[in-house]
Design a protein around this ligand. Structure first.
Ligand code: HEC
Ligand code: HEC
Length: 545
């Protein structure tokens, strides 16, 4: 059947239909993982706990924030760019992804990755919404998380159906770009949690979290309340997180409540009619869970679903995203390539930017007048937004992450001076310096490969104007109490390639609370003035949890 005929038929079927809406079906629940209040609140704590990452910097929520529609509010910033398959920043195949961890070895020391070091690594795809993901039989843009959930420890079947959320949740915890140091095992995650104080890094806890923690202040107790015994296992972690996600039901949009404005109603009509959007974004979920190649990028850029099925028909096809709360999303498409809904609709008007041989048969340029396009944008932007998601009200309420508070970060001050390759060394200090953080690491990078660095530690900062020879000094010589000499890795003689780091466990000693450690790095570098290249300063203020 020709596409035009298909489109005409579809147009007929819905033309003149009233604007009644279908109700969201109940959330599918695996029989092996019933929703209970204790499991939900445990899952919420886990989802919002940055201690789930190897280095205490990244929670699931870091990349999935309700007011960003369940996606990553940071995704428009330069720190969240991925260079794409050509490996070069600033070219057309760049993606807007999500920042995870600075790459780290199993012993927590920082280690270079191909593109980002000493900055945090960025995912190669955009973070889709975790809100309203509960209906999908498969998750991720390529559907690689399937509906059967296997125990991450032994691959035994834990849940036979409807368990894509569980399958998905097990992934990021051991991904050495998102939340893990290299070689992290699922058991490592469980073991770390047994000793962590739940949500110790978060503040502004929600009433449900505070109430649960008042009764069960440790993870073993929260797991006992949820699962009947204190044991923390990788499977239980996934079961609890998935349960929490199943309670995030965005069913109070103007579309659901029948409160669409006239413009939004006209937009919905265009969506159902001339836009032919329903071919794939079928109501009421606004997805039929199929995969489609829309020509967002050339096929070779990202093979998408093909990687899972090896079926040529799936080449560069991506999961049809659900559209609730799409108006809150900072970026669109699997590569984050579009920043506004106007840009998305323009993409649909022209019928894709890279239409290749595998373009989906259900897809063709959308015949829409400028007024219809404006109405369509208005429908998508506001007609599908659940106000509780936008305002982060229950069940979408949430604590504040440590990464959202400047006071939990190591502060940088001053500036470095350059050596070989015209690069200045930098201190690498992404970890929150809380009391009892036995994984706190500090590093130096962008130094001369194979050279030596000295890290100086002092109790106070140097008053501006001090220097060693011509080099700026950022730590006070009078309070300088320790120096560590580090042989640098990297390519010997290559400017910028040198790096090394130290793990400095912070004792759980209340006397340290509020104390600040000042650090500066000095690198032996013949191209630096007086044979040195130096970093700026870092102020490490330790905080209690
Ligand atoms: C560093 C950022 C980051 C972190 C941390 C992270 N995610 Fe994601 N999430 C992503 C990206 C990127 C994708 C899409 C990846 C892909 O499709 O290849 C994704 C996909 C998902 C999806 C699938 C949505 C869909 O419609 O397919 C869910 C659900 C989800 N994440 C939940 C979680 C949970 C639960 C955690 C913690 C265990 C987590 N995420 C941690 C970035 C992140
Ligand atoms: C052939 C199936 C198909 C049709 C028809 C279709 N879409 Fe899509 N839509 C998709 C797929 C697949 C994606 C994700 C594409 C990607 O990222 O590569 C998408 C993405 C989107 C997004 C971005 C969502 C996000 O989270 O990134 C919006 C908004 C959207 N579509 C709206 C529409 C509208 C409006 C129409 C009608 C004019 C429409 N779609 C027609 C399949 C379709």
């Amino acid at each position: 059947m020709s596409q035009l005929l298909l489109r005409a038929l579809l147009g007929h079927a819905v033309f003149g239909a009233c604007l009644a809406h279908a109700q969201l079906p109940p959330v599918p629940v695996p029989p092996e993982n019933p929703i209970t209040p204790a499991k939900t609140v445990l899952g919420k704590a886990l989802f919002w706990d940055e201690q789930l990452s190897s280095d205490n910097t990244t929670a699931c929520a870091t990349c999935h924030i309700p007011s960003a529609g369940g996606g990553d509010p940071r995704s428009r910033t330069p720190e969240n760019l991925h260079p794409g398959p050509d490996g070069v920043f600033g070219t057309s195949d760049d993606r807007r992804g999500s920042r995870g961890v600075v790459r780290c070895a199993p012993d927590q020391r920082f280690t270079p990755d191909a593109y980002f070091f000493p900055r945090a690594q960025v995912t190669a795809r955009r973070a889709p919404s975790a809100i309203g993901a509960a209906w999908a039989p498969e998750l991720f843009w390529d559907g690689r998380a399937g509906s059967t959930f296997l125990d991450p420890l032994n691959q035994r079947v834990v849940a036979t159906q409807h368990a894509a959320l569980e399958s998905q949740a097990a992934g990021p915890l051991v991904s050495d770009a998102e939340m893990a140091c290299e070689m992290r095992s699922p058991q490592d995650v469980a073991t770390k949690l047994a000793y962590a104080k739940p949500l110790a890094l978060a503040d502004q806890l929600t009433p449900d979290l505070s109430a649960a923690l008042a009764i069960d202040p440790t993870y073993p107790e929260l797991f006992e309340a949820a699962f009947g015994s204190r044991s923390i296992t990788p499977a239980r972690i996934a079961l609890a997180i998935a349960t929490y996600e199943r309670t995030l039901v965005p069913d109070q949009t103007p579309y659901d409540l029948g409160t669409l404005t006239p413009a939004q109603q006209r937009g919905l009509q265009a969506f159902r009619g001339n836009g032919a959007c329903l071919f794939c974004h079928s109501e009421p979920l606004f997805t039929d869970h199929s995969y489609a190649n829309l020509g967002v990028r050339p096929d070779a850029d990202d093979v998408g679903r093909f990687a899972q099925t090896q079926n040529p028909a799936d080449m560069a096809a991506f999961k049809v995203p659900a559209l609730r709360n799409v108006g809150l999303s900072p970026t669109y498409f699997h590569n984050g390539g579009k920043r506004t809904l106007e840009e998305v609709i323009e993409f649909y008007r022209i019928g894709g930017e890279f239409p290749g041989p595998n373009l989906d048969v259900r897809f063709s340029p959308a015949f829409l007048t400028p007024a219809e396009r404006a109405d369509l944008v208005e429908f998508l932007r506001n007609g599908l937004t659940d106000p509780r998601v936008a305002a982060e009200l229950p069940p979408f309420d949430r604590p504040r992450l440590a990464s959202e508070r400047a006071s939990t970060r190591v502060a940088r001050y001053g500036f470095g001076t350059s050596g070989t390759g015209d690069l200045a060394p930098v201190l690498v200090a992404p970890h929150p310096p809380f009391l009892g953080n036995d994984r706190f690491a500090l590093g130096i990078a962008r130094a001369l490969g194979g050279s030596q660095a000295l890290l100086g530690f002092a109790a106070s900062a140097a008053p501006a104007g001090l220097s060693i020879g011509v080099q700026p000094l950022w730590i006070a010589p009078t309070s300088w109490f320790a120096s560590v000499v580090l042989p640098l890795g990297g390519v010997p003689g290559l400017g910028g390639s040198g790096f090394e780091s130290l793990v400095l466990p912070i004792p759980a000693d209340v006397l340290l609370e509020g104390q600040t450690l000042y650090v500066q790095g000095f690198v032996i570098d013949p191209q630096g003035a007086e044979g040195l290249a130096v970093s700026g300063g870092a102020a490490v203020t330790m905080f209690g949890i």
